[in-house]
Design a binder for this molecule. Structure first.
Ligand SMILES: NC(=O)c1ccc[n+]([C@@H]2O[C@H](COP(=O)([O-])OP(=O)(O)OC[C@H]3O[C@@H](n4cnc5c(N)ncnc54)[C@H](O)[C@@H]3O)[C@@H](O)[C@H]2O)c1
Ligand SMILES: [Fe+2]
Length: 355
């Protein structure tokens, strides 16, 4: 009846915490002739953060590209690359970047110890063998990927996470200094992912005191970040992301995430901006949240792309509707057990046509 969920066991928080990564890794370097793989977003190529990595001996610097959100084929290719580099399993996988890079690091650490393609494991608790030790160093805040038990991947037939307790990071290092230089639009979109997690969790039918405790703190921090001025806003957003992730871990997201999955699967729209696009049309589900979201957009001078579905074929629109409605627990959380009566294909299509 009740989910018994695991969480990340080791957490470091604070400005400059990244400097301690070398100390964290030292006791994990146990294999003779072993190595650690630093999986880093290629946006940081030759940037100061790369020269600060505690690289030793045969460690591998693996720059990854996240122009497209992570695909199972990309994970399989990266795992092959690591296997070809050395025939021992690395002592650690360190993911440095936003939600996409963190998910890539999670998926690699799982696939190094499990046979086949990452696409075989999209679903719930399909992973059999524990992952390689893996660490996250977020450089963007909002997704909650740093604490979630999923690595979201787009596969040949679906966009679905590898959900398992083994997916969880063993260690996260939350250093607010690392999110200081994110371009404003991206900062806003990923931050709103967190705000929307909170609204969907707090307004959902699955809500309970556990999720409420985390969700209320997270949404309060989001308000401070996006509606007020604070010099420690980066610290606040990092904690909002963590708390938002903890909130949905014991409840669920809702209508906005379901619709954004459709946008992402069919049009390749990234998660954060996709959530913003969808949320703007969801006043009927989340009246107060949408109003506040628009105030946040206005304050930060954000304009969202419009008319995305205008030229789409009926088949593509149909696929988008099917993708969104396939996310049963999200609709159940949003509308209750009789959600299917309320959320018809027609109503879903109408919403998409307005986007
Ligand atoms: N596992 C989970 O629980 C979970 C939850 C929500 C979303 N996600 C996934 O996370 C991804 C979205 O993550 P995101 O919103 O953090 O963005 P992202 O990781 O996709 O990165 C977005 C852009 O920001 C750039 N970037 C990252 N850090 C930067 C920095 N410090 N300075 C400048 N540019 C930087 C990246 O290069 C990229 O161009 C999606 O793939 C989504 O599916 C996962
Ligand atoms: Fe999200």
């Amino acid at each position: 009846m009740y989910r018994n969920f695991a969480i990340v066991p080791n957490i470091m928080f604070g400005r400059g915490a990244f400097n301690q990564l070398g100390d964290v890794l030292a006791p994990k370097r146990v294999t003779e002739g072993g190595y650690v793989v630093f999986v880093i977003d290629d946006v940081f190529k030759d940037k100061p953060i790369e020269s600060r990595l505690p690289i030793e001996g045969d460690d591998l610097l693996l720059r990854v590209n996240v122009d497209d959100e992570p695909k199972t084929s990309y994970i399989d290719k990266l795992v092959e690359e690591i296997r070809a580099y050395k025939d021992v399993v690395p002592d650690g996988i360190i993911g440095i970047g936003g939600g996409s890079t963190m998910d890539i690091a999670k998926a690699i650490s799982l696939m190094l110890n499990n046979p086949g393609s990452s696409a075989d494991y999209q679903g719930w608790d399909l992973i059999e063998n524990p992952s390689v030790y893996h660490v996250a160093v977020p450089t963007l805040a909002g997704t909650g990927a740093e604490i979630s038990r999923t690595a979201i991947l787009t596969g040949p037939v679906k966009k679905l996470g590898i959900n398992s307790d083994y997916t969880l990071f063993h260690q996260i290092i939350l250093d607010p200094e690392l999110i200081a230089d994110v371009p404003k639009d991206q900062w806003f979109y990923t931050g709103m992912d967190c705000y929307i997690h909170d609204v969907e969790s707090l307004e959902g039918t699955f809500i309970n005191e556990f999720s409420k405790a985390y969700g209320e703190k997270s949404i309060d921090l989001c308000r401070q970040v996006f509606l007020e001025d604070h010099k420690d806003k980066d610290d606040k957003l990092m904690m909002a992301s963590y708390f938002g992730g903890m909130s949905i871990a014991y409840s669920q997201v809702g209508a906005c995430h379901a619709l954004s999955y459709g946008l992402s699967y069919v049009l390749g729209i990234h998660h954060g901006i996709g959530c913003c696009i969808a949320f703007d049309y969801l006043e009927e589900f989340y009246p107060e949240g949408v109003k506040e979201f628009r105030r946040m957009m206005e304050r930060h001078d954000i304009s969202l792309p419009r008319n995305l579905t205008a030229g789409m074929s009926d088949e593509s629109l149909d696929l988008m509707v099917t993708t969104a409605l396939g996310l049963v627990p999200l609709w159940e959380n949003c509308l209750g057990p009789d959600w299917e009566k309320q959320m018809t294909r027609e109503r879903t299509l109408e919403l998409y046509k307005r986007m």
